[in-house]
Design a protein around this ligand. Structure first.
Ligand SMILES: O=C(CO)[C@@H](O)[C@@H](O)COP(=O)(O)O
Length: 237
């Protein structure tokens, strides 16, 4: 292995630790997912190498990539989803980590091309809107620069709906699967686990009551505000 730039050591470690959480949290089967961690001051991110089993990962074999998707450092090929991560980092500068999984319940909603409805307070603790499902990719996107276009499909979905990526940190891509992000890779993994939990609850809710109502506005606001509002009283100060 060639000598590694010490400037990238922190994001290598963050990406490694975050990737290792995916199997531990039951969010991936085999190599069905990837995490990256970015350093915007250096204009690069560290991402899982493609197709490498989690037990073979190390901080040293994370691949360093720039925000145009070019490999900067590393001996292995980066995740096949690298260009999607690159587009989001380039255009959404407050993101420090991104996760993509094929977690079962989130992916089932994506394959159904449906937003995850906001039925309860668990969901409202994280989002005051349904978790958006971006439209499936069209043939030109699929035949073109597919993973790069996936990034723009996510961004266009947020722009079309007037959503702020700093408030809603998760999305489904129709017929594909979830992507989540956050200020750190660790937070992006947390969001990925929350998405999966909420996706499962929403499916069960519709099964138990196909006419289940959406969470009412007052309860939605209460749960969001008590965790994220200016007068938050969740947790310890
Ligand atoms: O989307 C898919 C597969 O459809 C990929 O994200 C997943 O298998 C992970 O691929 P990588 O091992 O990161 O290249």
């Amino acid at each position: 292995m060639s000598t590694l730039n010490p400037a990238y050591a922190a994001i290598r470690q963050q990406a490694y630790e975050a990737n290792m959480q995916l199997p531990a949290l039951g969010l991936v089967l085999f190599t069905f997912g990837n995490v990256s961690a970015a350093d915007h001051s250096l204009g690069v991110f560290a991402i899982k190498p493609s197709g490498v089993p989690y037990e073979k990962l190390s901080p040293e074999n994370m691949v360093i990539v720039d925000f145009d998707g070019n490999a900067v450092e590393g001996d292995l090929r980066p995740s096949s989803d690298t260009k999607t991560h690159a587009v989001l980092y380039k255009h959404w500068p407050k993101i420090g980590g991104i996760v993509h999984t094929h977690s079962t319940y989130g992916t089932a909603w994506a394959q159904s091309q449906r937003d995850i409805p906001l039925f309860g307070t668990t969901h409202a603790d994280y989002n005051t809107v349904d978790i958006p499902c971006a439209p499936p990719m069209d043939d030109a996107m699929i035949e073109g620069n597919y993973e790069y276009e996936t990034g723009f499909q996510i961004m266009n979905c947020f722009n079309d709906r007037g959503l702020d990526y700093k408030e809603v940190e998760m999305v489904l891509v129709g017929n594909h699967a979830p992507f989540t992000w956050g200020k750190t890779a660790d937070k992006a993994v947390h969001n990925s686990a929350v998405l999966e939990c909420v996706a499962k609850m929403a499916l069960l809710t519709e099964q138990i009551n196909p006419q289940a109502p959406r969470l009412k506005e007052a309860l939605k606001r209460k749960h969001w505000e008590r965790k994220h509002g200016p007068d938050s009283y969740y947790g310890q100060s």
